[in-house]
Design a binder for this molecule. Structure first.
Ligand code: SF4
Length: 171
């Protein structure tokens, strides 16, 4: 007998509303648990170097419910002077939001990854599609994920912590 997937009935839920948003966050957490399970056989030195976003030139890209999960109910940290992720702790080596860190942080490993020869690319792809569908339900206007620093800067301005960036030149 086929068993029901952990979230399949939610595809038909109506968009918007607090209840629907809470359901979306619950589903995102379930996606994260599946990603963690897929990467359970892997490890890395946990140096925190991949969180030095300016230095690496890479950053996690988040769908709207991922950003909501990350930012809701906790203070919005200021940008770091070293260009690292604002969610690094004071030492600059540890994630301060580990339980709610985005999908990209859970599934990105540098060349120092240890574990099986092959990473679970198919599972990651399927979970990414699932995240997209969850986001489309609650934030249909957002057609693609956005970089963490973009979400962060925009929310800092919205909450009045920072001034808006100067208008881009039209020349
Ligand atoms: S959210 Fe955490 S794991 Fe992800 S880049 Fe920031 S500090 Fe690193």
């Amino acid at each position: 007998m086929r068993t029901r997937d952990w979230d399949e009935q939610d595809d038909d839920a109506p968009a918007g509303g607090t209840r629907e948003r809470e359901r979306a966050l619950k589903e995102v957490r379930a996606v994260y648990r599946q990603a963690d399970a897929a990467y359970a056989p892997f490890s890395c030195p946990a140096s925190g170097e991949c969180c030095q976003l300016a230095r690496t030139g890479r950053q996690p890209w988040l769908w709207q419910p991922e950003w909501e999960l990350l930012s809701r109910g906790r203070p919005l940290p200021p940008p770091r002077e070293d260009g690292g992720c604002p969610y690094l702790d004071a030492t600059g080596k540890r994630c301060s939001v580990y339980a709610d860190r985005p999908f990209g942080c859970r599934t990105f490993f540098c060349e120092r990854i240890r574990g099986p020869a092959r990473q679970p690319a198919e599972t990651v792809g399927a979970l990414l599609e699932r995240l997209e569908r969850i986001s489309q339900r609650v934030a249909p206007a957002l057609k693609s994920p956005r970089p963490l620093l973009e979400w962060h800067a925009e929310t800092r301005v919205k909450e009045g912590h920072d001034d808006p960036p100067p208008e881009a030149s039209t020349q």
